[in-house]
Design a protein around this ligand. Structure first.
Ligand SMILES: Nc1ncnc2c1ncn2[C@@H]1O[C@H](COP(=O)(O)OP(=O)(O)OP(=O)(O)O)[C@@H](O)[C@H]1O
Length: 744
């Protein structure tokens, strides 16, 4: 069921069949329409797109992949597709559809990069890197930057996946892979992983007890996928052992030890502790030391001292230490998985340009997860304020969504207008004021979150000084985490005094009635999220216990575990990301993000969790910018229902709020009323002079300076008898809508 072809936002029959619509506002050639993605047999659907003209393509996510491939081939430059949308709206699925389409439409002869292998790679990554939330059963917990590298003929020759900002904490949200392993592994493996000795009646904070029935099938599918990726039995066993150790540490728990002097912690269950140590291949004492030794026994420092010093060792309880250690172990496992996936996808083939696909955890709003369709916003907000607020990790993923929305705003709303202004063309679309308004611009929210402190102050007034002193929330959090006298309350106080009423940014942030809570109006106020800052100051610095897990794994007496963890580090460089080994363009990109993370301020702030999110976002935006002004395509995925909606009817208020939040109508209006195609005058004259029969098409006239070019092109356009409303002649460019492709 397709939306009508040229109408920009057509939604047809959005009821039961499929509740989500990926659409692709494509900057280069056409603005793809909204559509219902109906999973007809994908091969049949894919066949409709191969070799199809841009304007003949039905609105589908395959069209985004096809036109991006065409642009990449024509320009010989990297191109990118960015998937935007709220959590559960289908970004990951749409990204996987694009990868599947490109792998099956453009295979290189004899290449191992089959659609099945790529599918297996994403199955594995998403099984290890997703968790269950109220809006999505399999919500991604990491950013993936997939690079599909094509040879000169446009065939897929290599691929890689960079993993950024993994937010995988078994103590906070049960992770799918642990659940699948524990409930899905068979008798013999179960004994080897010592699960037969586990205290089944003791609750385990790292595992959920729901939906056990699917686990065996899911586990055997996981093993098959790993096999397809050429992960050996020994490597698989090493991974299972680390994960089983995490489960045993969950049962082991922590208690205060009776030492007489100061506070000390130890494992509550000696049996589970020993089993975890056995599986990891480390001495039991070594394991206990790694987990508990940094938990301080000294009294609290004087609260009045504000001398900078890393402070997250303060007040760490035994349970927090176990959580931090397990988080480190799980992240190392995920790092190993990403390195194995990349080993299986990398090739030594020469490549000429790439398509980058960016998928990230979607903007999340717990308020919407529990809403009834059509309820007034004020009612929702007051219900919502009774709930518990979102943690720091949610703020960091919502921050990345704001950065990506800012890119969308820049590419589809700001850049075209700047081009019209430079070319001396006025556009009467009646939206000038809306567009300039701060409230429909993601910029102020991004500034509120990440504005860097200014060292050099040139001021003329007190107001200037205040403005210079203002720094983003992430920077404030970093500063507070450095001072012994600071707390979550002092952090919130500083944020409120800098940004809430009576400051001019008051429309972006509000204090909530409960202590330590505030609301941020994400995505132009369409996605208000309630945050609770409890524990943020501590969480904003890397926990030293988390790092201990890597050392322990590298020193493991289990040869395979030691080898894999050292190799994965070597292959991937730093913990926050993983890249392919082998392909030059991928390495270039990976190392450019690594440079962003390790040099300058980012390098100095590498222990700051909050600021690392900013620097990773900077790296992603830089990488995408290298694809050029028209090189980034956006696929916006829309949620049509909330999990709690009754029936299958489309939730219209929800849909409207996403349209506003993603600025889709503004972008469509500008596209329709503006002139999205543009070409330098000389290029136009060179390309089309044979079609124009006037004298001006004489070859030597094309060499004349800019003014003559303009005359030449003017004559040509008249000779070509084009609709005068479909183009404008700028100072240096012809800008047009639906012209270039029609006169070929
Ligand atoms: N076009 C579609 N039609 C119907 N269901 C879909 C469609 N696309 C995705 N889904 C289903 O919706 C659910 C959420 O999809 P997905 O995980 O891709 O969302 P997401 O936007 O990546 O979420 P998150 O940001 O939380 O990772 C999955 O169960 C998926 O199978």
């Amino acid at each position: 069921m397709w939306g009508s072809q040229r109408a920009p936002f057509t939604i047809r029959g959005g009821s039961a069949a499929r509740p989500r619509w990926p659409c692709a506002p494509d900057q280069d050639t056409s603005l793809s329409d909204f559509c219902n993605v109906v999973n007809l047999w994908p091969q049949k659907v894919a066949a409709m797109f191969r070799g199809c003209r841009a304007d003949d393509m039905p609105p589908h996510v395959f069209a985004a992949a096809q036109s991006t491939h065409r642009c990449m081939l024509a320009s010989r430059r990297d191109r990118a597709i960015v998937f935007l949308g709220r959590s559960g709206s289908g970004k990951t699925s749409a990204m996987r559809h694009c990868v599947w389409y490109l792998a099956s439409a453009y295979p290189a002869q004899g290449s191992k990069l089959t659609p099945e292998r790529l599918d297996a790679a994403f199955d594995v990554l998403h099984l290890f890197g997703s968790t269950r939330t109220s809006s999505n059963k399999h919500a991604s917990r990491f950013v993936s930057l997939t690079s599909l590298d094509f040879d000169g003929g446009g065939a897929l020759a290599a691929a890689s996946v960079q993993i950024l900002l993994p937010d995988l904490r078994p103590g906070q949200a049960p992770l799918r892979a642990l659940h699948t392993l524990y409930h899905g592994c068979d008798g013999r493996l179960r004994r080897e992983l010592l699960f037969d000795q586990s205290p089944i009646n003791t609750p385990n904070p790292f595992m959920s007890s729901t939906e056990k029935a699917d686990a065996p099938a899911e586990f055997s599918a996981l093993k098959q996928a790993l096999q397809l990726l050429a992960v050996t039995e020994n490597e698989q066993m090493a991974i299972w052992k680390i994960m089983a150790a995490i489960c045993h540490l969950g049962w082991a728990g922590a208690v205060k030890a009776n030492t007489g002097s100061g506070i000390k912690y130890q494992f509550a269950s000696a049996g589970c502790w020993q089993r975890a140590a056995r599986l990891l291949g480390v001495p039991t004492e070594e394991l206990a030391r790694a987990v508990f030794v940094t938990v301080p026994t000294s009294p609290q420092p004087n609260a009045n001292l504000r001398t900078p010093s890393p402070s997250n060792e303060r007040e760490m309880s035994g349970t927090e230490a176990v959580d931090a250690f397990v988080t480190g172990l799980y992240n190392e496992t995920f790092n190993i998985i990403a390195a194995l996936v990349n080993r299986s996808l990398s090739t030594s083939a020469r490549t000429s340009a790439s398509i980058l696909l960016l998928d990230s955890p979607g903007a999340d709003n717990p308020m919407c997860a529990g809403q009834q369709s059509g309820a007034p916003l004020s009612k929702l907000l007051s219900n919502y304020l009774q709930q518990s607020g979102a943690p720091l990790s949610k703020l960091l993923s919502n921050y990345l969504q704001e950065r990506l929305q800012a890119m969308f705003h820049e590419a589809l709303l700001v850049a075209p207008r700047e081009r019209y202004a430079q070319e001396g063309i006025t556009l009467d679309d009646g939206a000038e004021e809306d567009w300039l308004s701060e409230t429909v611009n993601p910029g102020p929210m991004v500034e509120l979150l990440d504005k860097a402190p200014q060292n050099t102050i040139v001021r003329s007034s007190q107001a200037d000084l205040r403005e210079c002193d203002r720094r983003g929330l992430l920077w404030l959090l970093d500063e507070e985490s450095m001072y012994p006298g600071s707390s979550d309350d002092t952090f919130l106080e500083r944020v409120m005094s800098q940004y809430a009423a009576p400051q001019h940014t008051h429309y972006l942030i509000k204090k909530a009635p409960h202590a330590r809570q505030f609301v941020l109006q994400h995505l132009q106020g369409t996605n208000p999220v309630l945050y609770d800052v409890t524990g943020w100051v501590k969480a904003s610095r890397e926990n030293p216990v988390t790092k201990k897990s890597l050392t322990l794994l590298q020193e493991s007496q289990n040869e395979e575990i030691g080898r894999l963890s050292s190799w994965a580090r070597g292959a991937c460089g730093v913990s926050a990301w993983s890249a392919a080994v082998g392909d030059a363009s991928t390495l270039r990109r990976a190392s450019s993000i690594r440079r962003t993370l390790t040099s300058g301020t980012a390098g100095m702030k590498r222990r700051s969790t909050a600021l690392q999110a900013k620097f990773v976002a900077d790296g992603i935006v830089d990488t995408l910018r290298r694809c050029g002004a028209a090189g980034v395509h956006f696929v916006c995925c829309l949620l049509t229902n909330q999990p709690t909606d009754v029936g299958d009817d489309v939730n219209v208020p929800l849909l409207r709020s996403q349209f506003r939040g993603f600025q889709l109508l503004d972008a469509a209006r500008l596209y329709k009323q503006g002139f999205p195609e543009h070409m330098p005058l000389s290029e136009f004259a060179r390309r089309y002079r044979l079609l124009a029969t006037s004298e001006s098409s004489d070859s030597d006239t094309v060499q004349q300076p800019a003014l003559s070019d303009r005359q030449v092109v003017d004559d040509m356009l008249l000779t070509l008898d084009l609709d005068v409303t479909s183009y404008r002649l700028g100072l240096t460019q012809v800008i047009a809508i639906d012209v270039f492709k029609n006169i070929q």
